[in-house]
Write a protein that binds this ligand. Structure first.
Ligand code: 9MR
Length: 345
């Protein structure tokens, strides 16, 4: 254990290798000294877990509130960290007023999008140089998990319903017009594993990226959320081919929300569970790194404060805490931490 404790934090190990490690952080925990010490030590990049979403930034049409986001950019400045913005246009975390106004049609939707960007992007220009401009635009294929889904490759969000497929290009172009050197990212999930659904989502995403680039839309990077699930198989070759196709388009690749949902049936002891999580993370991050990805961000740092343990839709029904992040609930490094260090360092 003494040898483990002396290993440099992921922040330093990744940086020494010309890479960057980061994690999603939450302002409601900034008063917890152990939590903040972990983030300032381990993370080079911070992502606001909810503070950069529309319902926080513009809870009423006339009322912007950037204070929670500023709490994070301020923390980052104090600790010489970078912040990624997340997420400007998304079908979740929309305030009710916005959903209602989008139903009025295209010209209203466009004006609302522009007004939001006009406020948020100049205000965060000095501190946030990379934004998820559009989050989760690809529809899940129809299937057992998702009986309602249709054949449309794009998710039929309130933005899609108001503006059609062009909403993505409109958002990218407006962001570029306001801030020509901001890195513009499209971020999505369900594209990592070796399942028929993931194959379909990868194809849909590649088609979207190709169309955007053919039309000259400004786009710099693809964010791969990487909410991995051990009940699904992972095939490095299949995932690697997808990453190569993205790189061939000239886009950067970021891993933006990495964590691991454990198998439905757990191995008997903690060591076996942690080894399974670490093995998946090692295989996944190594494949991403080999494809030229230089940035790995986990969705939180400790199991104690993870959506995997706190969101009723994904938490285990038997009450057992999912061990899907690099630190356990006592903030101790787990095998996943060492897998990240090995892959990034
Ligand atoms: O982890 C986030 C949770 O705390 C928020 O309540 C929720 C809604 O804003 O969003 C969660 O983060 C999601 C992220 O923004 C997009 N990809 C999936 C993440 C987990 O649901």
């Amino acid at each position: 254990m003494a040898a483990q404790a002396s290993l440099a934090p992921l922040r330093q190990q990744a940086r020494a290798a010309g890479r960057a490690f980061g994690a999603a952080i939450r302002t409601d925990l900034l008063s917890d000294a152990d939590y903040t010490r972990l983030f300032s030590t381990e993370a080079e990049i911070l992502v606001p877990e909810w503070e950069g979403k529309w319902d926080t930034l513009q809870p009423t049409e006339a009322g912007f509130d950037l204070a929670p986001l500023r709490a994070i950019t301020g923390f980052a400045q104090a600790h010489q960290q970078r912040v990624r913005g997340h997420a400007l246009v998304w079908h979740n975390a929309m305030p009710p007023w916005l959903v209602a106004r989008l139903a009025e049609g295209a010209s209203t939707a466009r004006a609302l999008l522009e007004a939001h960007f006009n406020h948020v992007l100049p205000a965060t220009r000095a501190t946030i140089r990379d934004w998820d401009v559009v989050n989760e635009p690809i529809a899940n294929p129809p299937g057992a998990d998702n009986p309602q889904a249709g054949a449309n490759p794009l998710r039929e969000s309130p933005w899609f319903r108001a503006l059609g497929p062009d909403y993505i290009e409109i958002a990218l172009r407006w962001a570029r017009a306001l801030d020509p050197t901001l890195r513009l990212t499209i971020n999505d999930y369900g594209i990592e594993e070796a399942t028929p659904d993931a194959d379909i989502k990868r194809e849909r995403l590649l088609a979207l990226l190709r169309r955007l680039l053919d039309r000259g839309a400004p786009l710099d990077a693809l964010g791969i959320q990487a909410h991995l699930q051990l009940r699904r198989p992972f095939d490095p070759d299949r995932f690697g081919r997808f990453l190569s196709a993205v790189r061939d388009m000239g886009l950067a690749i970021l891993v933006t929300e990495l964590d691991v949902r454990e198998a439905d049936t757990l191995p008997p002891d903690l060591a076996a569970r942690d080894a399974a999580v670490a093995d998946r993370v090692r295989a996944f991050t190594t494949t991403a790194m080999q494809a030229g990805c230089r940035t790995i961000i986990t969705w939180g740092l400790t199991d104690k404060h993870s959506w995997l343990t706190q969101d009723a839709d994904v938490a285990r029904r038997d009450g057992v805490l999912t061990r899907g992040l690099p630190f356990d609930s006592e903030l101790q490094r787990k095998p996943m931490w060492h897998a990240l260090a090995a892959a990034m360092g």
